[in-house]
Ligand binder design. Structure first.
Ligand code: AMP
Ligand code: MG
Length: 317
């Protein structure tokens, strides 16, 4: 089992794998990523193979600093610079014009690259030791729940990867917010940074989280992020007892009564905590093979927008 805890020796070994064209799962502050040298097309191809991810799906490139950013991105528009100043390192991904150095496989042939500077110390140490930008989508099979713990990666990808670096549970638990700048500043994926925070930094932005299924952003495919058990977004008042007995129930602030197994996302009623726990709770309940997972809607404000977006896509699978 290639699972190691994030010691200095383990990071050296992981970086050696990456420099040789290997693929390594590692923690970021959003979810666990499956990384490869973003400038090595054969290494990147191994990510798609391990995930069973369609090749039209472009990857996020993770950089350590401004020097590394300049290797993959052309000079940025002013709004991007302001967002970087405010939110990097952190869970914000920018879609910007790419340099020649970025293989087309990384961007699915697009002239733009999605780039992010992670804050997680293990992710940063790994990029620093490898010395190249790392292309890293979430470390899960395509379309399945995103991993928020190393154990999730072990279960879902196990021997398909060269190494899994364990850095404990991730902080945010939902993916990065994705912002594009052309033709106008637009949020392409709701994520760990709320729209309100972005607008506070750069003023009003458009949002296009659409289900148009243009495969620009597969995190936007209508059916994504799903567990094996069917998910249903419910109002618990309307679920009769006999429907609860075989199912799992997930409440926002209170675990619903009468279910075979039930959890609350945040007993404090905190959307931040709920976002951080969402995939974790769904993984845990899914492993118990309930007939169905009933989830209560959370308030659709701030991080609640990202939570509801993931739930709706999971529901449709
Ligand atoms: P993941 O790495 O699994 O969090 O998914 C990365 C997301 O970023 C996917 O939904 C990608 O389609 C999206 N993305 C990556 N590159 C681009 C790009 N050049 N333009 C628009 N979206 C992108
Ligand atoms: Mg993903």
């Amino acid at each position: 089992m290639p699972l190691v805890s994030a010691s200095s020796d383990a990071l050296d070994a992981a970086a050696a794998h990456l420099r040789r064209g290997g693929i390594v799962a590692f923690p970021t502050e959003t979810v666990y990523g499956l990384g490869a040298n973003a400038l090595d097309v054969r290494a990147v191809a191994r990510i798609f193979e391990a995930k069973g991810r369609p090749e039209f799906d472009p990857l996020i490139v993770h950089v350590l600093d401004a020097t590394m950013l300049a290797r993959v991105a052309l000079p940025l528009p002013p709004a991007a610079l302001r967002l970087i100043e405010r939110f990097w390192p952190g869970p914000l991904t920018l879609v910007v014009r790419k340099t020649e150095a970025v293989p087309h496989l990384v961007t699915a042939g697009l002239p733009t690259v999605a780039v992010r500077m992670p804050a997680h110390p293990v992710a940063r140490a790994l990029i620093a030791r490898t010395g190249v930008p790392l292309a890293a989508p979430s470390a899960n099979p395509f379309g399945y729940l995103s991993p928020t713990r190393a154990e999730h990666v072990v279960r879902m990808l196990g021997e398909r990867v060269d190494m899994i670096v364990n850095g404990g549970p991730t902080e945010h638990g939902v993916e990065s917010t994705i912002v594009a700048f052309e033709p106008t500043v637009t949020i392409l994926r709701a994520g760990a940074i709320a729209r309100e925070a972005i607008e506070a930094a750069i003023g009003p932005v458009a949002s296009d989280l659409g289900d148009d299924a243009a495969p620009l952003s597969p995190g936007r495919l209508p059916q994504h992020y799903a567990p094996s058990a069917p998910i249903r977004i419910v109002d618990f008042e309307s679920v009769p007892p006999h429907e609860r007995a075989a199912a799992a129930g997930v409440g926002f602030a209170v675990a619903p009564p009468g279910y075979r197994v039930a959890r609350a996302l945040s007993t404090q009623g905190s959307l931040r905590e709920a976002a951080a726990r969402l995939f974790d709770v769904l993984h845990e309940l899914d492993a118990l093979t309930p007939a169905r997972i009933d989830v209560e809607a959370v308030p659709a404000e701030g991080l609640g927008v990202a939570i509801m977006d993931r739930l709706r896509r999971a529901e449709r699978r």
